[in-house]
Ligand binder design. Structure first.
Ligand code: BJW
Length: 235
């Protein structure tokens, strides 16, 4: 195998075996709440208390879950791979960093940070957020929101991601349904460059499965470590 740059795009499926729900599976978040209510700026304006409650519950859950074998395998790949590797995650949990991944972009934000709508400051946040929460920088109450990207908002660090996609030789999507753009379009961007290898690792074929040249299906805790072993053994 040629040594090159790897991008791993991860989605909710990688954290499912750690105990965090996905979105679109039959027992996923969108089976319990309407995404229009909790994952849009309009929903937040209509009922901020409901949106805070949704994210507070998920933030509390972070303390009860641990990275699984898939997160650890990706950290091991980064540690041993002689080329560059970047994990771009759509997940707002912190399981990749807790497993040891260093080069990481949270394109849909981070659950354990809060952002002030007034002054723009972003700060770590481990407890509950509510409409009375004060910004640590401008000291104003009522303007802190979860630091997450809702529908209709622009995902984070798109310039850096796009540059990395244009320089990658191996693109691996793990545990993402391929429903949400721009992440769902990354595979098309990389496969337009001849020679770029594209791999889907998922429980089941995703919406965009036909866009990938290779695929391995099964639980992430099994298929990701096996794929990482295969890559490292081919060096
Ligand atoms: C396992 C497993 C196991 C399970 N092992 N696998 C019409 C056409 C095209 C686009 C649009 C359109 N209308 C609107 C848009 C844009 C819109 C969009 O994509 N809408 C679609 C619904 C059509 N996108 C946006 O608005 C985005 N912004 C944007 O486009 O800005 C414009 C712009 C972009 C770029 C440059 C400049 C301008 C923002 C999207 C924000 C998404 N936010 C959310 C919620 C916030 C975070 C949170 O609360 O956690 O992010 S939605 C939700 O979906 C969350 C996720 O990150 C995201 C993706 O979900 P994911 O990770 O794929 O999870 P699932 O549940 O869908 O899939 C899980 C997969 O795992 C499944 O395949 C399972 O099989 C698998 N699995 N167990 C392995 N054990």
């Amino acid at each position: 195998m040629t040594i090159g740059n790897i991008i791993v795009l991860s989605g909710a499926g990688i954290s499912q075996e750690s105990g965090l729900a996905t979105f679109r599976d039959s027992d996923g978040e969108w089976s319990r709440v309407r995404l229009e209510d909790v994952a849009t700026p309009e929903g937040y304006r209509r009922d901020p208390a409901r949106v805070h409650a949704f994210y507070n519950a998920r933030r509390q859950q972070l303390g009860q879950v641990k990275p699984n074998a898939a997160h650890f395998a990706l950290a091991r790949l980064e540690e041993s791979w002689p080329g560059q590797m970047l994990v771009v995650t759509q997940n707002i949990d912190d399981l990749h960093e807790r497993a040891g991944t260093k080069a990481l972009i949270h394109m849909h934000g981070e659950l354990n940070k809060a952002r002030c709508d007034l002054c723009g400051s972003i700060a770590p946040w481990s407890g509950d957020l509510n409409q009375q929460s004060h910004c640590g920088d401008c000291r104003q109450a009522g303007h802190l929101r979860p630091h997450v990207v809702w529908f209709g908002e622009i995902p984070l660090e798109m310039g850096r991601i796009s540059k990395a996609l244009n320089q990658c030789h191996l693109f691996v999507a793990v545990g993402t349904s391929g429903n949400v753009y721009p992440a769902a379009g990354f595979v098309s961007q990389v496969r337009s460059r001849p020679g770029t290898r594209t791999v889907e690792l998922n429980l089941l074929p995703s919406e965009g499965a036909s866009l990938f040249a290779e695929a391995n299906y099964g639980p992430a805790s099994e298929v990701v470590p096996a794929f990482v072993d295969h890559l490292l053994n081919s060096l």
